[in-house]
Design a protein around this ligand. Sequence first.
Ligand SMILES: O=C(COP(=O)(O)O)NO
Ligand SMILES: [Ca+2]
Ligand code: NA
Ligand SMILES: [Zn+2]
Length: 311
Amino acid sequence: AYVDTKDILDKASEGYYGVAAFNINNMEFFHAILEGALEKKSPLIIETSEGAIKYAGMNDPYRGARFFVNMIKDMANTVDIPIALHLDHGNNFDIIMAAIKAGYSSVMIDASHEVFEENMRITKDIVRIAHAAGVSVEAELGQLSGIEDNVEAAENVLVNVDEAKEFCETTEVDFFAPAIGTSHGAFKFKGEAKLDYDRLKKVKEVTGKPLVLHGASSVVQEYVKIAEEYGADFGGSKGVPADVLKQTVEYGINKVNTDTDLRIAYVAGLREFLAHDAKQFDPRKYQRKAMDYVKKVVMERIDILGSANKI
Ligand SMILES: O=C(COP(=O)(O)O)NO
Ligand SMILES: [Ca+2]
Ligand code: NA
Ligand SMILES: [Zn+2]
């Protein structure tokens, strides 16, 4: 069934387990992810960035938002796991409105690069509009280093616990993303993967909200190796290890944003298949190994986060 993201995350917060939020840009990733979630009988959050919406809509965001809603809502209403569709890193007001209008389950308003008061003001505004339309809202405090919503953040700015308390009370966001040391992409840590667990525990205590971990991919080396065997160069890639992910769930993370792991698994499968089969040109066949690897990563992640059979 097609559900509100808040429903999935309130249950996860109650039960202290994590639900992965998988990013997609096309149908094949959605199908591969869905196969894995169905097999695990897990609730599923599908999320699309603003870039994905522009990509699918051939630069018309409302068309792109409708494309994803039509594909995902229809499928959701014909399978028996709960599925929500979420706008990831919403920043552009028109695209956030397009997602709400098209029928997204939830939207993120990411104004975390603004000063605290401004982030709070903007977020409050979006919550008012989204709630009026029955749509739930995510927002973020702190910054992840690297490129994020077209804003270049030089280095990590960790969430401030007192600000988090005020922010959640004032804005009434439904779920909240505290920056605790992760970053987007495949090169998250120079040395050891260190997240600020103490800060995370305190944010959970003072907000009581379902919490979101951005930049949560593990950069699974099994697929990095396969991709590199067939010509990729992902040297120095490092993500959030599975045991660290488990710790964050234990301390209150419930939505676990996963994009990079699926991209690496897919390109590994595609490179491997094409290196061995010189004759195949049916896209349903030459993408299948790539989709199988995505499905495997999805199922492994569901086991790490504990959302299997939680429907
Ligand atoms: O935070 C993410 C995904 O992060 P990764 O690059 O670690 O998959 N999406 O919002
Ligand atoms: Ca941000
Ligand atoms: Na998000
Ligand atoms: Zn993110």
